[in-house]
Ligand binder design. Sequence first.
Ligand SMILES: Cc1ncc(COP(=O)(O)O)c(C=O)c1O
Length: 483
Amino acid sequence: MKNTKNLTLDPENWDEIRELGHQMIDDLVDYWKGIREEPIWKPIPEEVKASFNSPIPKTGQSPTEVYQEFKETIFAYNKGNVHPRFFAWIQGTGNPMGVWGDLLASGMNPNVAIGEHAPMYVDKQVVNWCKEMMGFPEEASGILVSGGSMANITALTVARNSFKSLNIRKNGLQETAQKLLIYCSVETHSCIEKAAEIIGLGTDSIRKIRVNDNFEMISEELEAQIQADLEAGFSPFCIVGTSGTVNTGAIDPMDELLKLSRKYQLWFHVDGAYGALCKLDPVYSDRLKAIEEADSLAFDLHKWLYVPYEVGCTLIRDKKKHRDSFSITPNYLLPETRGLAGGLDSLNNYGFELSRGFKALKVWMSLKEQGLDKYQMMIAQNNRQAEYLAELVTSAPQLELTAPVSMSITCFRMIHPDYTESQLRELNREILLRLQEEGIASPSSTILNGKFTLRIANVNQRTRFEDMDILVREVLRIGNTLL
Ligand SMILES: Cc1ncc(COP(=O)(O)O)c(C=O)c1O
């Protein structure tokens, strides 16, 4: 029987939803415009947390009521990485045009994996721009993914599947008696370990090479380890170099790693989740030149290209190896020569995901709006701000740097001649927590050579040099109250 009323999720009153949408945009713009004057972070009250335990609503509310609740319980307690003094972990700020890109992408709602539609071409263009930014050859391939972890595992899957002619994709690892080994430094991000577990190699297959005083992999030890493993009958297959370690922004000796990978015929992968884009800063471009020769590269655009979460990229030098690792064409995904199923090669042939959002749009719109030259200057600015902060630290007798400054990460702590190591740890922990709780700034922490450290990782497009003055002033103020 035909229903008298057709159900839909669209509004009955389009003007009302339009007005609410305008209000949301207004609120967002006010938020960004005024963010510098706001506390960077505030604790979430218990009753607000409790509100997230309520059961699934059986009946609906008006859009205005839902938005009001969002403002009171969610918007008010954001993480703070849109703020100019957010320096925790390595998290980007986002940019207004990128947000509009996400809004439009969501409104268009394409699944950017298959079919003849403009978003597929935008996705391809953004990957081409990524190759261009990184100096990868035109014939290389790539795919946009959710972030650095996914980008790394995508690359390592291709590396593993390309190992000799073992046909691991078909046979799995059970068929091979060889123990495949990955080489990286002790400072490598934990996602490489996770990737090794997930692609069936296991954590024992990772050789973590020691680092020098600058936290960079010691290439002589890498070579000695490769030789020892070959003599022991193992199968070294991949070197992972990091361009910008998560702890201190250190750069592994890229030229050396590239040479060793060629000498021993190993896959050379670069984890540049944080710092591949640092290549755009002329001060670093020579040291990072070898990235252009890597077999694969993983990097994030939601970090140092400042676009909103989530988007990362994997680039693979050999397109065939990339495609051979993932391509699959079931009957329900057959390509056509014309019509909706025509067009470009399906993107699920280059990665694990079949459902993919239009994350390329925010990158496309942002790069068009600003131009690459502006991004070069922004990245260089973050690096210079990190160096400026280091100067402030070295000129303050109560502070010490705990690592050399590399890229845009500055690590330091407060010191006191009479304090033991554990007292210094407590002092700096308390400084860190108060900086956050008083809403002043959000560094994060790490432990370097046993020293608890404030860690300032700056991929922030809103930071000004004066924010570094504020940070140092406040660290000293809080620290001196505690002493
Ligand atoms: C060097 C490095 N690799 C990998 C990652 C993981 O990237 P994502 O958080 O985007 O998954 C990070 C994150 O900070 C990183 O710094």
